[in-house]
Design a protein around this ligand. Structure first.
Ligand SMILES: Nc1ncnc2c1ncn2[C@@H]1O[C@H](COP(=O)(O)OP(=O)(O)OP(=O)(O)O)[C@@H](O)[C@H]1O
Ligand SMILES: [Mg+2]
Length: 257
């Protein structure tokens, strides 16, 4: 199913992105998709995150947890290059982001799908148009992508809502639309910030099944959440590593969740 989303795209993308970056070959073979090396981050006063080292191996599934204000969203932003570390390094597919041109970073960021915590949309565009927006930004023809879009809308169960406007969607429909938009470019890694916030248990399980399915297609998945029941449910379906932000540092959580 969903040929557009399968891991088969990975080697081709690696080579194409390598070319786009002006590299002679593919991006470092076998490299982790995202790495943070001894990263610290501060918004101004005092350090929010310190000595954070994180490795997302291809195909891995991670949760990131911690209390509100601990820095989960900030850490995700560091992972997709929206924020740059105060000290330390971020590596995308084995490449140090600080040594890459802006265009090269933009190219690699296309391989990272993000579900933002606020799930914002362009309210004057239909749900389908919002979901296809990253395709136009990436320069893909609407005609060429029509089949992929229809397949993706069906996968997230939004075919019937394709022409609705975002303000007409329920919370769960918004979350699924945000997920579809995040994966339409067939990224290698998906970063989801509270993807089950504001939905009931049944809908959170439906969203979880989609995320697990993406991981089974070979995608690397990182989910920020404070929902420990979601993590427990996921652990029965997938081998997930749980990270917790404590006192500005990232620790591996024990089995006592
Ligand atoms: N742009 C910003 N400027 C200044 N401070 C910020 C900014 N963004 C976040 N912060 C602060 O950094 C801290 C961490 O915020 P962040 O959004 O990363 O936390 P979080 O763990 O995602 O919280 P939540 O569970 O509520 O989403 C908070 O104290 C927040 O107020
Ligand atoms: Mg947050």
């Amino acid at each position: 199913m969903l040929k557009a989303l399968t891991a088969l795209a990975y080697p081709r993308l690696c080579i194409e992105t390598g070319r786009a970056l002006g590299h002679k070959g593919a991006v470092t073979p076998g490299a982790c998709v995202i790495e943070l090396e001894n990263v610290a981050y501060s918004y101004g006063d005092g350090a929010l995150l310190t000595q954070v080292s994180l490795t997302l191996a291809p195909g891995s599934f991670h949760f990131l947890t911690g209390p509100s204000g601990a820095g989960k969203t900030t850490l995700l932003k560091l992972c997709y290059g929206a924020l740059h570390p105060t000290t330390g390094n971020t590596l995308f597919f084995g490449e140090d982001v600080s040594r890459m041109s802006r265009d090269a970073v933009a190219n690699l960021r296309r391989r990272v799908g993000v579900v933002h915590q606020d799930c914002s949309f362009l309210d004057h565009l239909s749900v389908a148009d919002n979901i296809r927006l990253p395709l136009s930004v990436a320069g893909r023809q609407a005609e060429e992508a029509r089949e992929d879009l229809a397949e993706l809308m069906a996968w997230v169960g939004l075919t019937e809502r394709a022409q609705a406007l975002p303000p007409e969607l329920s919370g769960g429909e918004r979350q699924r639309a945000a997920l579809a938009r995040a994966v339409i470019l067939s990224p290698d890694v998906l970063l989801a910030d509270e993807p089950t916030g504001n939905v009931d248990w049944e809908m959170s399980q439906r969203l979880l099944r989609l995320l697990v399915e993406l991981n089974r297609m070979g995608k690397t998945v990182l989910i920020a959440t404070h929902d420990l029941s979601l993590i427990r449910a996921a652990k029965t379906q997938v081998q997930a590593r749980v990270l917790r932000i404590v006192g500005g540092q990232v620790q591996q959580a024990g089995a006592d969740l």
